[in-house]
Design a protein around this ligand. Structure first.
Ligand SMILES: C[S@@+](CC[C@H](N)C(=O)[O-])C[C@H]1O[C@@H](n2cnc3c(N)ncnc32)[C@H](O)[C@@H]1O
Ligand code: SF4
Length: 448
């Protein structure tokens, strides 16, 4: 069990390390020519790539939500948005024809709510993209995030026919008390129906997103949520810590401090759910994921191919990720690139320039060095520390070693069982950019 003292000591603002450098430390946006040439270079030789398409729309706002969303019931917006994403895609194809030749390994639809789009508009968006690239059906992962309250069988059918085979359902919590407070009332039957339909339509992996630390969520609520999850037996579960960032997402100001579990109380929710999931046969992956033993994520842990990117843990890595749509992030071997985050600006830039750059980052040699170390630690919980770093790292790690969170012996850093929840804190000792310049204001959510 974790002592309250330990949890209080380390529950500090910390990045989630879905990228390194973390977004607030990006400091050199690539010129268009630099961005394009970094994609081309990354695609040289035996390479593959993946794509992410952001659909920002949701019909109602869940008050816990930290995603980039446009809340609307106006479905007339769908068609125009699809046109803009396709225009952006054409701009990429024109400048990087290699995207037509190198295999597409993964296409992910995220949001917002991708199933805001009608079956016709899903087809209109995806067919031209899939028809213009090559992919090996056996080795292709088509995945999407859905809100079970807004998902129809017809949408899943269209996507299955296009080759989609993985689905992630937003669940968060199964109890009415919590759902009501977060403005997201979703019945067990709605979640069950979409789960069953996906399996019938050959989606071979179903994921549930759950959150711990939501307002008024206690042991009773997390137990019920985990029990019902186990009943439906998704292949994967993401059990996210509630990220509270009210300075960015004002809707989260609705929750009062006394409604929100923090420190030991919050951690107990994760531990309860974890214990139940492990007893039910799930394997813990990284800091907040679980998977059945035959799922690719579990294989990724065994084979040591696990990767972490903006979408969390993935079983493998591609050489390039092209992000399309408002706010999407792309990644080459040497750059990050983010699209305009505000819908109107996104449309304007797509109209005028094709590629709607908002900001980005060109990695320095030092970034690449630290990125690889952080990635290795986040995915394997151990690290062979390069000689030149050993003495400085030791001084940063000493308090964490004294608290039993990790060991550093003969140049090998190992995170202990006790230290696993504190992985974000441990990674901070390798975050050169943050060590050099601490943030002046609060920009990250709490680490626990
Ligand atoms: C785009 S949504 C999933 C699809 C769909 N919009 C839905 O809600 O069902 C992405 C996921 O991010 C997670 N998420 C969103 N805001 C969060 C926050 N503040 N803290 C932790 N997880 C969050 C939720 O688990 C959510 O299911
Ligand atoms: S949790 Fe999903 S449905 Fe709710 S506002 Fe966020 S993106 Fe939209």
């Amino acid at each position: 069990m974790f002592s309250s003292e330990l949890l209080a000591k380390y529950d500090i603002p910390a990045p989630r390390y879905t990228s390194y450098p973390t977004v607030p430390y990006w400091d050199k946006t690539p010129e268009r020519s630099e961005w394009i040439s970094s994609i081309k270079t990354s695609l040289e030789g035996d390479s593959s790539w993946s794509a992410y398409i952001h659909i920002p729309f949701c019909e109602s706002l869940c008050t816990f939500c930290g995603c980039n969303t446009t809340i609307t019931r106006n479905h007339d917006l769908e068609e125009e948005y699809v046109e803009f994403v396709l225009k952006e895609w054409s701009a990429y194809l024109e400048e990087v024809p290699e995207l037509k030749e190198k295999p597409l390994r993964q296409l992910h639809l995220g949001g917002g709510t991708p199933t805001f789009l009608s079956p016709v508009n899903l087809q209109r968006l995806l067919s031209p993209i899939l028809n213009s690239v090559v992919y090996d059906k056996e080795n292709f992962e088509g995945s999407l995030e859905v809100d079970p309250r807004k998902t129809t069988r017809e949408q899943l059918e269209v996507l299955s026919e296009l080759g989609f085979n993985r689905i992630s359902l937003g669940v968060q919590d199964f109890t009415f008390k919590v759902q009501d407070l977060i403005n997201r009332v979703q019945t067990f039957e709605q979640t069950q129906e979409v789960t069953y339909a996906a399996r019938e339509l050959n989606y071979h992996s179903v994921n549930f997103d759950l959150i711990y630390g939501l307002p008024c969520q206690g042991i009773e609520e997390i137990t019920k949520t985990t029990e019902l999850t186990i009943e439906l037996r998704p292949d994967r579960i993401a059990l996210y810590s509630f990220a509270r960032v009210p300075w960015i997402k004002p809707q989260q100001r609705k929750f009062t401090d006394d409604q929100l579990p923090v420190g030991a109380e919050k951690r107990a929710l994760y531990e309860k759910s974890r214990e139940m999931l492990l007893s039910a046969g799930y394997i813990e992956i990284g800091m907040d994921h679980f998977a059945l033993p035959n799922d690719e994520l579990s294989e990724g842990v065994k084979e040591k191919t696990l990767h972490r990117n903006f979408m969390g843990y993935t079983p493998y890595q591609t050489d390039v990720m092209i992000g399309l749509g408002v706010s999407s992030i792309s990644e080459s071997k040497t750059c990050f690139h983010q699209n305009e985050k505000i819908l109107n600006f996104y449309k304007e830039k797509v109209s005028n320039h094709g590629i709607p750059t908002f900001r980005g980052h060109i990695h320095t040699e030092e970034d690449l060095f630290h990125r690889d170390l952080i990635l290795e630690l986040m995915t394997t919980f151990e690290l062979n520390v390069p000689t030149q770093l050993q003495s400085s790292l030791k001084s940063y790690l000493t308090p964490l070693i004294q608290d039993g969170l990790c060991l550093l012996e003969e140049g090998k850093l190992e995170v202990t069982e006790l230290g696993k929840p504190f992985i974000r804190n441990i990674c901070m000792t390798l975050d050169k950019r943050m060590l050099d310049k601490k943030p002046e204001t609060k920009i990250f959510s709490q680490s626990l």
